[in-house]
Design a protein around this ligand. Structure first.
Ligand SMILES: Nc1nc2c(ncn2[C@@H]2O[C@@H]3COP(=O)(O)O[C@H]4[C@@H](O)[C@H](n5cnc6c(=O)[nH]c(N)nc65)O[C@@H]4COP(=O)(O)O[C@H]3[C@H]2O)c(=O)[nH]1
Length: 694
């Protein structure tokens, strides 16, 4: 019942239908009373009272009062004789008993109501207490969350911290309580940072952001911190709550992603993307600050040979050492980047805005880089040398896009390569002119092939007694306007464009034709014809077939054909090289290794190549009489050739002295102006006849 009363609620108990309750209960009580006892029995109050009590309990004190009034009225009117009339006497007769009944009813009504109210209050207090306990439980679980939480008083003294806080800071609860957050400061932020933080807390009651703090072990780490001010009813700050998340792992991951996107993983230098970014920025800032800048495009000479001979690990190691040396040559403001393979780009900023002065500054740094990169490298216990070719272009505004600048520096680098490597060249509009010339040259070169403008000149090769034993076929271009064009002016372009393949086939064809003609004369029938073969030509899949076809077509003795290959091309794909050479050697074709000594051939590879001859490069022969290191190199090459059972020939022999030195060292075959320049066939034949007569 109590529950029922409670669940009714005060408003409901005051509702109209609750006034019906006493009416119904009283009617029921009246009916019971009238059916079980005569009217004059005088037991009416005894019968009505349970209905009054029930009304109170179920409907509240107002229902109880209504029941009392109904009871008193019924008792007065029905049970006080004469009950058919409402006389004053009968009313007076029942007055005292009615008053007692009335008072009892009142007491019961108010007592029940008081009980209701008490129970209600108790229940709501109980509910509040239970809710508070539940909230406390939630709060304590939340407090021990993944985030570090610190609660301070209004003065900033730490009152409480959670487990996550102690774990991330390294301080125990005892060490931290009573301290202030200053204990955690890393000194990474200046006072302006903290002033802005407190300004936000004072103004809006909270702040959040990234903060670098120091752990107990001294490590500095980043965290995401939120600070909230807790205020009392009057608006005064009583506490501050700081929650933080350690974001060092996230930062590291972000850093790694950034590194991969913008840095070269091998050297840790900025990559092409970051360089472009910085270059664009530098171009606009040089314009603003009226300062100059320069782009140095650097390519390592013969890097491929090192990579192929010593392996990729050594190659990687070399690139890393180059990166370090480059970085040591420039200021911190400058950018050293690796844009791929063995190509590096150095961007210099804050140079003079006077073009000549800026060029001089860039040149000084370029020279410094060359000197530094010329120092020996130590790779896997081996000492080796490498040189760079550098192209430089200047920038002082945004007029040229960064792509143009890259192109200009690249063109200049190409010029540096052409000028003999290990040097630097500046880009200037004249270079652009030379590029245009190259385009025109390529067009003309294609035409030259169709209109048979190529010629072969032949340079004699002699033994120690001056007797010719062979010739080298050297191509010339008989240009309709420019006259005789030497090979260095078009061979590299022909190689780049692939035109070298049809040109090479023409050379081979012409040389074989000539060999066939020589067969008829005693004077020339034993001459060995050396033919230069370029890398592109050699690595054509049908190279062997083409050589064999030329030999068969002209029906020449294959052992009178000698193919001259260069060191760098041989080592490109060593296994392919060996099988191609073996296929031709099987029919008797000879092989000579041209420009020997300029590359990085290792003895190990040389041993595997089916060579017949080593050709000492003319750069070593030139100064052999005056430069002791050239002399030493030549001695080594000759000794190496002998130890490998190879013939050795020196090219570029111009003086008797050079020939004598070579002879003394055991080199008995020579080629050079001393014996004859490259000449057309008619002149060669005259020369041969003269030699014979001598
Ligand atoms: N200063 C000096 N130079 C001497 C002396 N003796 C010979 N030379 C020059 O040295 C070069 C020798 O040819 P190479 O090393 O094979 O170097 C050749 C070769 O690599 C290439 N080349 C020439 N003809 C052909 C060809 O038919 N095919 C291919 N792929 N390359 C060719 O062009 C290069 C240059 O040829 P050339 O200008 O004819 O230059 C020739 C020759 O004229 C000397 O005593 N002093």
């Amino acid at each position: 019942m109590v529950e029922c009363g409670e669940c009714l609620g005060t408003d409901e108990r005051n509702g109209v239908h609750h006034y019906l309750l006493p009416v119904v209960l009283m009617t029921l009580a009246l009916w019971v009373r009238l059916t079980i006892a005569p009217v004059q029995a005088g037991l009416q109050y005894l019968t009505f009272f349970p209905a009054v009590a029930l009304s109170c309990i179920l409907g509240g004190y107002r229902a109880g009062l209504v029941a009392v009034i109904i009871g008193a009225t019924c008792a007065t009117y029905i049970f006080t004789p004469p009950y058919y009339s409402f006389s004053i006497e009968s009313f007076q007769a029942s007055l005292w008993s009615n008053t007692v009944f009335f008072m009892d009813g009142l007491i019961v009504s108010f007592a029940v109501e008081a009980m209701h109210r008490y129970r209600q209050k108790y229940a709501s207090e109980l509910k509040t207490a239970e809710e508070s306990a539940a909230w406390l439980r939630i709060a304590s679980v939340a407090f021990e969350s993944q985030e570090g939480i610190m609660i301070t008083d209004s003065k900033g003294r730490i009152l409480r911290v959670n487990k996550a806080f102690t774990e991330s800071t390294g301080y125990s609860v005892d060490e931290i309580i009573g301290q202030t957050p200053r204990l955690l400061k890393s000194n990474r932020h200046d006072s302006a940072f903290y002033a802005a933080m407190w300004e936000s807390i004072t103004r809006s009651g909270s702040w959040q952001g990234e903060v670098w703090d120091r752990r107990k072990n001294g490590e500095i780490y980043p965290k995401w911190l939120s600070i909230t001010a807790i205020k009392d009813a009057d608006g005064n700050v009583t506490n501050y709550v700081g929650t933080h998340t350690d974001i060092s792992e996230r930062k590291t991951a972000e850093e790694e992603i950034r590194n991969l996107a913008f840095y070269d993983p091998l050297t840790q230098l900025p990559n092409r993307r970051l360089l472009q970014d910085r270059l664009q920025h530098a171009m606009s800032s040089t314009e603003r600050n009226r300062k100059g800048g320069a782009l140095l495009f650097l390519d390592l000479d013969n890097f491929k040979s090192i990579n192929d001979t010593l392996g990729h690990t050594a190659g990687d190691n070399l690139l890393q050492q180059v990166a370090q040396r480059l970085t040591s040559c420039v200021r911190e403001d400058d950018t050293v980047s690796r844009i791929g393979g063995d190509e590096f780009v150095v961007m210099l900023e804050y140079l003079s805005n006077e073009v000549l002065e800026a060029a001089a500054q860039a040149e000084t740094i370029g020279e410094k880089i060359i000197a530094e990169l010329n120092q020996p490298y130590y790779l896997g216990g081996q000492e080796l040398y490498n040189t760079p070719s550098i192209g430089i272009t200047l920038f002082d505004d945004n007029r040229n896009g960064y792509e143009d600048l890259f192109k200009q520096a690249d063109i200049a680098m190409y010029q540096a390569k052409k000028s003999g490597r290990n040097t630097l060249r500046f880009f200037d509009p004249k270079m652009q002119g030379s590029i245009n010339t190259r385009v025109a040259l390529e067009r003309e070169l294609r035409k030259a092939l169709d209109s048979q403008q190529f010629r072969l000149h032949y340079q004699i090769q002699v033994d120690s007694s001056g007797l010719p034993f062979g010739v080298e076929a050297l191509i010339r271009w008989l240009h309709p306007e420019r006259g005789l064009v030497p090979p260095f002016e078009f061979i590299s372009l022909a190689e780049e464009t692939g035109l070298i393949c049809p040109i090479g086939e023409w050379v081979l064809e012409t040389a074989c034709k000539q060999l066939k003609l020589w067969e008829r004369h005693e004077l020339t029938q034993d001459l060995i014809m050396s033919v230069n073969v370029s890398a592109k030509q050699f690595y054509q899949s049908d190279f062997v077939v083409k050589v064999l076809e030329a030999i068969h077509r002209h029906d020449v003795n294959p052992s009178l054909l000698k193919l001259e290959l260069t060191e760098s091309m041989l080592l490109d794909k060593i296994e392919d090289t060996i099988s191609t050479m073996n296929a031709l050697k099987a029919v008797g074709v000879r092989f000579s290794l041209d420009d020997f000594g300029t590359g990085y051939s290792s003895l190990q590879y040389l041993k595997r190549l089916p060579l017949n001859q080593l050709k000492i490069d003319r750069s070593f022969v030139r100064d052999i009489a005056v430069d002791s290191s050239d002399e030493a190199i030549v001695s080594t090459i000759i000794a190496m050739a002998h130890s490998l059972n190879l013939d050795v020939i020196a090219e570029g022999v111009e003086t008797d002295e050079q020939k004598q030195i070579l002879l003394n060292k055991g080199c008995i075959h020579y080629q050079g102006y001393l014996f004859g320049k490259p000449v057309p066939i008619e002149q060669l034949e005259v020369m041969l006849k003269q030699d014979c007569l001598c």
